[in-house]
Design a protein around this ligand. Structure first.
Ligand code: NAD
Ligand code: IPM
Ligand code: MN
Length: 378
């Protein structure tokens, strides 16, 4: 029996509500897979950690994450902590950096075709959209020099620096390429930048081109400027099917935009990894440490009401099993259970939908349905 340690950092707002449903899924995996054992432990992180320890990322939480096989995060932040000196979000950036999680993988597709009816896009535009956004996560504007000049509370100027080294661009390009190669035929790679203005983007474009040409010559690569990419994403999104690779902030913005296609920010999962994942159920699997989280935030506007959509977090668990534990069969079962849950009907003939998707089904009911279906699949 293989034992995996999973650290849970539910965080703030709807974080604990969606993580609770993902934990039910982890418990089903644990009890129905005799070959593995999952050990779960929870730690304070984000705003709640500021309240309890004066620090969004207490040393004890960081240490537990470093010793874990995988981490599951809900979300951090909220109006209570505002944009003050000590912010929950600083803990998240520090955690990503400390763990070297440079590759943020955000798949955007339809968890079920029954969601097509929930998309604000026409079915003819949205149908068949299927891409993976590979977002660089520990460089760029988020980690370049940041300064406020002058005195509080009103500095005279402030700046953030977008900086990328050749090596940082090379390694994220390799992750995108490896993911592109997981399908037959391989997926196209779309690199997104602002090379018509930014020096960092010109370096990005040059290094992506060189890396793909030299190391992955069979892959199809194109470049797109970020402003028009944002337009294409909602006018002809299938054009971007494949792997999108982009710098930190462009990826942050475009992935939230991408969530509009299947219908809600609450649907999309993510994996933050320290290298290229190996997808396999077999002996050649190399476990990859990862932090898994839905792409959405703490949603203060709906927190505490039990109405948040837990699908993005549940699908993040599937990514955890795939990338960190090599349990491809169980990962697929979770995705299948989510699909079937979204296709199932309540009394009255309505599909199971939380409020973000126009329904009135509660967070817990979605979790319940996914878990019940999952039990029949394992
Ligand atoms: P948000 O993602 O929290 O919410 C945006 C909108 O989407 C809100 O209307 C919200 O109700 C809705 N929404 C988000 N997730 C949902 C879900 N699972 N189910 C149903 N509806 C959902 O973004 P925001 O409002 O800009 O930010 C709120 C806080 O979250 C901020 O403090 C921000 O810094 C933080 N944040 C944290 C993370 C993270 O922890 N990884 C990510 C994004 C934002
Ligand atoms: C995300 C969030 C974070 C980011 C914030 C909370 C720091 O928006 O995970 O997408 O910008 O990376
Ligand atoms: Mn974001």
């Amino acid at each position: 029996t293989k034992s995996f340690k999973v650290v849970l950092i539910p965080g703030d707002g709807i974080g604990p509500e969606v993580v609770a449903q993902a934990v039910r899924v982890l418990n089903v995996i644990d009890s129905s897979s005799p070959e593995i054992r999952l050990q779960l432990e929870s730690h304070d992180f984000g705003g709640i950690a500021i309240d309890n320890h004066g620090d969004p990322l207490p040393d004890s939480t960081l240490k537990a994450c470093k010793e874990a096989d995988a981490v599951l995060l809900g979300a951090v932040g909220g109006p209570k902590w505002g944009v003050g000196k000590v912010r929950p979000e600083q803990g998240l950036l520090k955690l990503r950096k400390e763990l070297g999680l440079y590759a943020n993988i955000r798949p955007a597709s339809f968890a079920s075709d029954s969601l097509l009816a929930n998309s604000p896009l026409k079915e003819s535009v949205a149908k068949g959209v299927d891409f993976v956004c590979v977002r660089e996560l520990i460089g760029g504007l988020y980690f370049g020099e940041r300064k406020e000049q002058g005195s509080e509370p009103q500095p005279e100027a402030a700046w953030d620096t977008m900086i990328y080294s050749v090596e940082e661009v090379q390694r994220i390009t390799r992750v995108a390429a490896q993911i592109a190669l997981t399908t037959t035929p391989p997926m196209a790679v779309h690199s997104i930048d602002k090379a018509n203005v930014l020096a960092s983007s010109r370096l990005w474009r040059k290094v992506v081109t060189e890396t793909i040409t030299k190391e992955y010559p069979t892959l199809q690569l194109d470049h797109q400027l970020v402003d028009s990419a944002a337009m294409i994403l909602v006018s002809n999104p299938r054009k971007l099917n494949g792997v999108i690779v982009t710098e930190n902030m462009f990826g942050d913005i475009l992935s939230d935009e991408a969530s509009v296609i299947p219908g809600s920010l609450g649907l999309l999962p993510s994996a933050s990894l320290a290298g290229a994942p190996v997808v396999s159920d077999a002996k050649d699997f190399k476990p990859c440490f990862g932090l898994y989280e839905p792409i959405h935030g703490s949603a203060p506007d709906i927190a505490g009401q039990g109405i948040a959509n837990p699908i993005g977090t549940i699908l993040s668990v599937a990514l955890m099993l795939r990338y960190s534990f090599g349990l491809e069969k169980q990962a697929k079962a979770i995705e299948e259970a989510v699909r079937k849950a979204l296709d199932s009907k309540e009394q009255g003939g309505l599909e199971l939908r939380t409020k973000d998707l126009g329904g009135n089904v509660r967070t817990e009911q979605i979790g319940e349905q996914v878990v019940n279906i999952l039990k029949t699949l394992l």
